[in-house]
Design a protein around this ligand. Sequence first.
Ligand SMILES: CC(C)(COP(=O)(O)OP(=O)(O)OC[C@H]1O[C@@H](n2cnc3c(N)ncnc32)[C@H](O)[C@@H]1OP(=O)(O)O)[C@@H](O)C(=O)NCCC(=O)NCCS
Length: 179
Amino acid sequence: MTLKTVENPTSASVPLQFRAARPTDGASLWQIARATGTLEVNSAYFYLLFATDFGRTCLVAEQEGRPIGMVIGYRVPDDPDAAFVWQVGVLPGLQGRGLGMQLLEHWRALPALATCRYVSATVADDNPASQKLFRRFARAHDVACEERTHFTADMFPHDHAPEPLFRIGPLSHGTSPRA
Ligand SMILES: CC(C)(COP(=O)(O)OP(=O)(O)OC[C@H]1O[C@@H](n2cnc3c(N)ncnc32)[C@H](O)[C@@H]1OP(=O)(O)O)[C@@H](O)C(=O)NCCC(=O)NCCS
């Protein structure tokens, strides 16, 4: 099998575009997940489904037309106030430059998530970048980041770090983070 790879851009000065995902973005979402090297990579079909059926709650960041970051999320059926981040990823060469925060801000601003006052996500105990990102997002909005037990290690069918649930909010509609 020959895999199509995403080119890793080196310049952070080129402007970025943020938009909701389209059905044709499924392959790019999968490629970014794979390129991060950290995210649990699911089947390509899974990403095609998300881009198609949940595209309005997924975000793609592009640089000169190339996808370089993404947020895959959905509205939580039993918690209509909450928008859940399933996966957020930035290509390795662009990590640590504030893009993760920008992705979350643009994702939260998607019209399909406009009424959500909480952002939730499970954050593995062994993923410091993800922990920092979500705690920083909460601090930037001056709201709580409640952390509670959610998916424990014994719930997984294989070795896996626990995934506590982070619930951030209440966020005000249309607010920007503190400077
Ligand atoms: C998590 C991720 C999306 C954050 O995006 P980013 O653009 O790198 O993050 P930012 O530059 O906005 O920084 C957010 C915080 O993460 C920290 N961070 C970024 N990369 C890090 C790393 N490799 N190790 C530890 N902390 C890291 C930053 O220092 C910052 O924390 P601070 O405010 O305390 O300084 C990105 O690092 C990534 O794609 N990681 C791989 C995929 C992943 O683990 N996704 C999360 C699970 S769904």
